[in-house]
Design a protein around this ligand. Sequence first.
Ligand SMILES: [Zn+2]
Length: 99
Amino acid sequence: MLEFYKQNFAIVEIVSCTKCGSLLAFECQGGDSMGLAVNELGKIIIPIGAALQSSRVRLDEAPTGERMMGYQCGAPVPNPMLATVKAEHEAALAQYEAD
Ligand SMILES: [Zn+2]
């Protein structure tokens, strides 16, 4: 996929989530848009997989005055408390049914 977009655009950047590391999208610039939507920064956002929930041009600016993109990651993250909470729920349910 990356090679295909590198052949069609001057700039291809890979966007990944800073929290979980999931690959989210390619940011492509400088080439034939191939019918894809170009945003107001001149970028085409192409999702990778299913983790990207949304993207938009941010209303604020970087300290350099540059406009930035914002991305929302929806990759599932394991909850370390899940087993504990499930066990507590099962115990409370068993107690309720015993009463
Ligand atoms: Zn993430």
